[in-house]
Design a protein around this ligand. Structure first.
Ligand SMILES: [Fe+2]
Length: 334
């Protein structure tokens, strides 16, 4: 199928200055000038990845899903047409606004505005982060992942999986229904959770260096209302992260160490829980639950504690040269 990555996200909001301070000083994005009423932010070599637009109401947003070229965009539009989805071939003026070469738009079953594009403009100047970070993990993995709350999960799943071609990484059916979907090796570029209201829960951006996360956590902790979910590690994508309140009605997950899935070998798995290995205090509340602590943190619990190797990329780790006879013996028996 055509869609390859989450290329950009646009959100409505009137508090542009708050967004500029947050995106640069906290997240480490680079603010770029796009004129009155708009703030755009770079995360890499692209001219923009995140756009905050005053002409959209808070809560309105558009998702930019990337395809490889004009032929793929035409094929996607034709398939949507055949399925009865209303597709708009956007004029060049709108594509210029998005800084892409070709653009179509349509809506998902929840009414979210989706855009598909090819040919994102690349900046001539190198990315200059708004604070000292190593950088965002983007490229073929896209800008991160989006998590949507949807009232009609079956319709949403049929749309994203069966029509758009997103692949299920894993899913949960109890105590709530959720699906994690990938379009490239990132474990999920989109997650859908059944909820009483349609909306966006969070955008996850991933950093190269673990220290970017810790230093971001320090900065966020300096603002009493900023941290919504404490530092923790997810059991499925293995991301270590925390969640911040953004100036709009959504959270930003600031993460490191996401695993990759290989379509040739990956089998969708049913999860028994999405409770984190550790931490992430506040996540159940943020998802609309009662905030009860996960059972595995109960004092005196004797159950098996979950754990998994860190997921690292070249350049952000060094192998230790020493050996530990005790550990090597344990591994040898495993
Ligand atoms: Fe997430």
């Amino acid at each position: 199928m055509e869609i390859q990555a989450l290329g950009y996200l646009g959100i409505g909001g009137a508090n542009l200055d708050d967004w500029a301070d947050f995106a640069t000083g906290c997240l480490g994005m680079q603010a770029v000038d796009r004129g009155a009423g708009v703030r755009a932010f770079r995360m890499d070599d692209r001219k923009q990845r995140l756009v905050v637009d005053r002409s959209f109401a808070d809560g309105e947003r558009y998702f930019g899903w990337e395809v490889v070229d004009a032929a793929a965009l035409d094929a996607l539009a034709a398939r949507l047409d055949r399925a009865g989805v209303v597709v708009r071939r956007e004029p060049a003026s709108r594509a210029d606004q998005r800084l892409v070469r070709g653009l179509i738009s349509f809506a998902d079953p929840s009414g979210n505005r989706l855009e598909a594009f090819h040919g994102a403009h690349v900046a001539n100047e190198p990315f200059r982060p708004g604070r000292s970070i190593s950088g965002f993990r983007t490229g073929p993995l896209g800008m991160g992942h989006a998590v949507l709350m949807v009232t009609r999960i079956d319709d949403a799943l049929a749309f994203y999986r069966d029509l758009l071609g997103f692949r299920v990484s894993d899913f949960i059916l109890k105590p709530f229904v959720g699906y994690f979907l990938h379009v490239n090796p990132r474990h999920h570029s989109l997650a859908l959770f059944e909820a009483p209201h349609d909306g966006m829960h969070h955008l996850m951006v991933e950093l190269f260096s673990f220290d970017d996360i810790g230093q971001g956590y320090d900065i966020a902790l300096g603002d009493p209302e900023r941290v919504a979910v404490s530092l923790g590690r997810h059991p499925n994508d293995l991301v270590t992260s925390f969640y911040m309140r953004s100036p709009s009605n959504m959270l930003i997950e600031y993460g490191w160490g996401g695993r990759e899935v290989n379509d040739a070998t990956w089998q969708p798995q049913q999860l028994n829980t999405v409770e984190s290995f550790w931490g992430h205090d506040g996540l159940m509340r943020a998802m609309g639950g009662d905030g009860a602590p996960p059972p595995h943190v109960a004092v005196g619990a004797q159950r098996e504690m979950p754990r998994a190797p860190l997921q690292v990329i070249d350049g952000n780790y060094q192998r230790m040269s020493g050996v530990c006879p005790w550990w090597d013996a344990v591994r040898g028996r495993a």
